[in-house]
Design a protein around this ligand. Structure first.
Ligand code: MG
Length: 261
């Protein structure tokens, strides 16, 4: 099983081989990046419950995600800031469902929805053991999210996760979002690592795993529902964060050896 690490130090073969060249060795893992929503936090379950409270129906989650993605893109492009994006997103969502509300009313609804959302957040059971293992292994750990800044930092702090992260990368603050490789490269640069020394894990195949692979990091898709979707070459699949340590140990040198942080 070969990891998707780009090819800066790929092994040489045949007549191209330079006998004086040092043997190829797998890279050292120095950075593990993790998506937040639906990777660490069961965001979809909480989001569905809060949306149901907002509109009295649980069947519009996909529509809500599409409208949200469109408005997150407006933030990333600089068209909106996060402070106004949420109310405008909710206003647009309701309008598309045939309910017109003013911006002030949309903001009130959004406040109520967020209160419920905050009460509903929970960690997946495999998160804390995984983060504790990563810290003990001496690698740097980053959260890399396309969602909003305060919102995500509230979540990490409220669930006791902030202490695990050396860096939290937030699309709206960086002006770029996953799967753009600039997002991944910025995190590596910030933590003084080469992309080939880093891995990113997330629940979205395209946004997280393929995006990371294309940026030269190891790309790992966390497929918690075991959807059996076809996965392109160079992308690893795990169904639980419990499987992550074994994957990293098998693909990198010196992982799992406790080191000074
Ligand atoms: Mg996610």
């Amino acid at each position: 099983m070969a990891f998707a690490l780009g090819s800066p130090t790929a092994p040489q073969t045949g007549s191209d081989r330079d006998d004086d060249a040092p043997p190829w060795v797998p890279p050292e893992l120095r950075l593990v990046c993790l998506d937040i929503d639906d990777t660490l936090i069961d965001f979809t379950a909480a989001g569905r419950r809060s949306l149901e409270a907002l509109i009295g129906s649980a069947d519009a989650w996909h529509h809500w995600e599409l409208v949200t993605d469109a408005y997150v893109a407006k933030v990333v492009s600089g068209e909106l800031d996060y402070a106004e994006m949420h109310a405008r997103r909710t206003q647009a969502f309701l309008a598309e469902r045939g309910t017109n509300v003013g911006l002030a009313e949309a903001a009130e609804l959004e406040t109520r929805r967020k209160e419920l959302l905050r009460e509903s957040w929970r960690l997946f059971d495999d998160v804390l053991p995984c983060l504790e293992w990563l810290v003990a292994a001496g690698v740097r750990v980053a959260a890399v999210t396309n969602a909003s800044g305060d919102h995500q930092r509230d979540k990490l702090a409220g669930l006791g996760l902030a202490r695990f992260f050396d860096y939290v990368a937030i699309a709206g603050e960086m002006g770029v979002a996953k799967p753009d490789q600039v997002m991944f490269h910025s995190v590596c640069f910030k933590l003084d690592c080469e992309p080939s020394e880093a891995v990113h894990i997330g629940d979205k195949l395209r946004t997280d795993a393929i995006g990371a692979r294309d940026a030269g990091l190891g790309g790992v898709w966390l497929d918690r529902t075991e959807s059996a979707e076809d996965v392109p070459p160079g992308v690893h699949v795990i169904s639980s964060l419990t499987e992550l340590p074994e994957l990293l140990v098998s693909e990198f040198v010196r992982v799992g050896v406790p080191a000074q942080r």
